[in-house]
Design a protein around this ligand. Sequence first.
Ligand code: APR
Length: 238
Amino acid sequence: MLADLLRESKRTIVYTGAGMSTESGLPDFRSSKTGMWEMEDPSKVASVTALNQHVEQFFQFYKHRVLAAKGTGPHQGHKILAKWEREGVIKGIITQNVDGFHTMAGSKNVMELHGTLRKVHCETCGQVYDNERYENDEFYCECGGKLRPSVVLFGEMLPEEPFLQAIVESEKADLFIVLGSSLTVTPANQFPLIAKQSGAKLVIINLEPTELDYLADLVVHERKIGEVLLEANDLLLH
Ligand code: APR
């Protein structure tokens, strides 16, 4: 059915969450037992408060995530999505992920709602550096300000440009495919709603149930994204 929907669609948008990168070896946030927020309290390590009041914990948490992302990379599912964009099967990807794997896999139209781990910037002067500063335990700018990853922390606004573009893409889509998100975090979880309200068919592919399953035209649980994309790709070829 997914292959049929992709064939019929004129404008498919894919929307990804942390479940898109678990098959690259990166943990997601809310899977029971393995999710990052099962081990850490996000307000203590991934919030503006953490940056201001628990800065050593903040630095170590993000250093660990920078190293983890550098130790792996896009898997075959990311590469299939990049191929589908080249072939015109999909028009773009709205992602909550900060690992940069969609761009690394060759996707061009990628809206990074929550920023990127691949860069850090000074919270005082704004100077941008590569994230290897964190690998080398360099947590301060030449100006003396703290260096922080260019991700959206809890308590911060989302970057305007990708957010506005994601609204336009969600309104124009006639097929909107969610891959690997619990859809629990606002405002990122509004885009499937916008797409559905604008007349798109909604597909949700996620190991566990999500908060928006009731809205979907097709729900696929208990299947890994990599396998589902590979199967759909094989069907599209024939
Ligand atoms: N295939 C399919 N689904 C998967 C896979 C997989 N290989 N691996 C994990 N999942 C599913 C899990 O069942 C889970 O429901 O992906 C979902 C990931 O949900 P979350 O961990 O909540 O991640 P996400 O939805 O991206 O979180 C949103 O929360 O902490 C913030 O900023 C952070 O961007 C993140 C946001």
